[in-house]
Design a protein. Structure first.
Length: 215
């Protein structure tokens, strides 16, 4: 008998509707009698966040790396920062993917793949082969949980309209999401012209077919 409650993972670019469908799914499952927690995993947690604050606020290294944080990471520190990002993910992953499930159905409105793409798109210069090899264990973890992962997406044009202040970032991330989701053959819902209630129904069908949760 599995003592862990179900785990549902959403992933996808900003503006696709992950948060909306995650909260709707929570309400639906609670009506079914489940106890549900909605959580999120994204880049720049704990150790990486402390390093970011030190670089930006103490050393005054301001720039356009790491998306919203307006910090410049010196080239010599990029690999250290990536290591800290991934170290910071370990306790979050253990807590959300395993320990919290002893008591709750866990719905991740952002999951490990979102954190990986956050890191991969954090710098203007492309990541070299050595740096990319650091991602491998986490991609294996994404693959391990792909059965209950739903890729929430929309067309780049619609995403840009939903997030006009982040248009360039959203479009950049969409390319990564789309390629990786296709490579991993993730289940997906397209919200380009879909009402949230329809999206929820599509998600429920996917979860039922994958035997992730009885709904």
């Amino acid at each position: 008998m599995n003592v862990l409650k179900p785990l549902v993972l959403f992933t996808g670019p900003d503006g696709a509707g992950k948060t909306t469908v995650a909260l709707m799914l929570k309400k639906y499952l609670e009506r079914m009698g489940y106890r549900v927690k909605v959580v999120r995993i994204r880049g720049t947690h704990t150790l990486a966040y402390i390093l970011m604050l030190f670089l930006r606020d103490v050393l005054g290294l301001k720039g356009s790396d790491i998306h919203y944080y307006r910090v410049r990471v010196p080239r010599m520190l990029i690999e250290l920062w990536i290591y800290l990002e991934f170290l910071s993910l370990i306790p979050l992953t253990l807590w959300y993917y395993v320990l919290l499930r002893v008591r709750y159905v866990v719905v991740c409105e952002r999951s490990i793949l979102d954190a990986l793409i956050w890191v991969m798109t954090s710098f203007k210069d492309s990541l070299n082969t050595t740096r990319l090899s650091m991602f491998r264990p986490y991609f294996l973890l994404v693959l391990r949980y792909s059965k209950c992962t739903v890729y929430v997406t929309a067309s780049p044009e619609v995403l840009a309209k939903r997030k006009p202040s982040e248009e360039s970032l959203v479009k950049k991330m969409w390319i990564y999401y789309d390629k990786i989701a296709k490579t991993l053959k993730l289940k997906y819902v397209d919200t380009t012209s879909s009402h949230p209630s329809t999206t929820l129904q599509n998600v429920l069908l996917l979860l039922q077919k994958s035997d992730c949760i009885q709904v």
